[in-house]
Design a protein around this ligand. Structure first.
Ligand code: PHB
Length: 387
């Protein structure tokens, strides 16, 4: 009799559980794991702004559930990444983790997300492995793979007739993979890489390497730097007398969200990226207006990626009526949807990475003016992804 009573009570509790009802579900907890300090701090802010803008535009709800945020500053420090994401998942009980900027941190996050089955949306970090060997039904990326802008720029630089190039970047996954993508396309186009130069992340001590570049006199330089490091690199390149003598190209992060600080030293730089200024589409214009109104700032690529991370979450939650545990249904809905991004609509590959145009941009009057398409509908090869 006692046992029967307990069973009945348990069943009643299940029926009454707000989780079983489309209406009245508890808020969905979004763990924002982003950098709030260090060289990528501004990037983290733009991602958060973009994400919240989309949620606000939906009346604060996705898939019928109101959204609650739990935030952690990941400091772009891979050694703290596993602890940080575990706190979000185990202590704060988040339903989804959105993060991050730094590839090394994001790889640690993806490992935990995969092991625990937690939904993860990567709104920036390009680590190839996340949509390569680590790909999973519950892991999505709204940004790019490091291979993509690198490969696009390699094609462009080979077509421009550059033959001998030096690369320079931070010594960590994103830098190495960006250079790998570049090198793959540049060699295919007949070019040679004379030397790959690196500084440790997040060092901005470029002087010795700029002296080496000046002495080697390559046809051009390819680089990956971002955030505060990109500001310093572009200024140092000009101060070393290299600007105007040895053309500098890069993945578009070199000049995105950085132009106010770089000023005229960035003028004329050409980069490849999946966003830029002057798209002048109704979608992008509306996004820019809304972003400027909400934050008194112009959006950049990071803001777009944050906005699209929220769109991906919204699509998945709409299909599962707010239930993140229905991973297959969530992934199927996202997989067949066109994400209506300010960058231009895109779909995700089977590995959950955007298939997207890489624009060729040139800096003029503190804008990354789109001057062409560097690579059309470029899909990351997703090497090693079994899904
Ligand atoms: C990365 O670590 O993957 C990364 C960081 C900053 C960027 C782009 C990629 O702007």
């Amino acid at each position: 009799m006692k046992l029967f009573q307990i069973t009945v009570i348990a069943a009643a509790a299940t029926l009454a559980s707000p989780w079983s009802l489309a209406q009245g579900q508890p808020p969905l907890k979004v763990g924002l794991m982003l950098p709030a300090t260090g060289t990528f701090a501004a990037l983290g802010t733009a991602i958060e702004n973009g994400f919240k803008l989309y949620v606000d535009q939906q009346g604060g709800k996705l898939g019928g559930r109101s959204i609650e945020y739990v935030k952690v500053d990941d400091e772009s420090d891979p050694s703290k990444a596993t602890d940080n994401i575990n706190k979000l998942i185990k202590r704060d009980n988040v339903d989804v983790v959105v993060g991050t900027v730094h590839s090394g941190v994001a790889m640690a996050m993806a490992k935990v997300a995969k092991d625990t089955g937690t939904l993860m949306i990567d709104p920036n970090a390009g680590a190839d492995a996340i949509t390569g060997p680590m790909c999973a039904v519950n892991i999505f990326r709204s940004s790019f793979s490091n291979w993509q802008p690198g490969y696009a720029m390699g094609e462009v630089m080979a077509k421009k007739g550059h033959k001998k190039v030096i690369t320079i970047t931070w010594k960590y996954a994103a830098g190495a993979e960006s250079v790998n993508g570049f090198t793959e396309a540049f060699k295919k186009g007949g070019g040679t890489v004379l030397k790959d130069l690196t500084v440790p992340f997040p060092s901005v001590e470029f002087q010795a390497l700029l002296t080496e570049i000046a002495a080697a006199k390559p046809d051009a330089v390819y680089t990956f730097f971002a955030g505060g490091g990109a500001v310093k690199f572009v200024k140092d390149y000009a101060a070393a007398g290299l600007k105007g003598n040895i053309p500098l190209y890069g993945a578009g992060f070199l000049t995105d969200g950085t132009l106010e600080a770089q000023g005229a030293t960035a003028d004329g730089l050409q980069t490849a990226l999946h966003y830029g200024d002057g798209l002048n589409t109704p979608r992008d214009n509306a996004f820019r207006l809304a972003y400027a109104k909400a934050y008194k700032l112009q959006p950049d690529v990071y803001a777009v990626q944050g906005y699209d991370a929220a769109q991906i979450l919204g699509i998945g939650l709409a299909a599962t009526k707010g239930d993140v545990s229905k991973q297959k249904e969530f992934a199927a809905a996202v997989g067949k949807s066109k994400i209506d991004s300010p960058r231009g609509a895109f779909m995700l590959s089977k590995a959950h990475n955007p298939i997207q145009d890489m624009y060729l941009r040139e800096v003029k009057d503190k804008e990354n003016k789109i001057v062409g398409i560097a690579a059309k509908s470029l899909s990351d090869p997703a090497r090693g992804c079994k899904m």
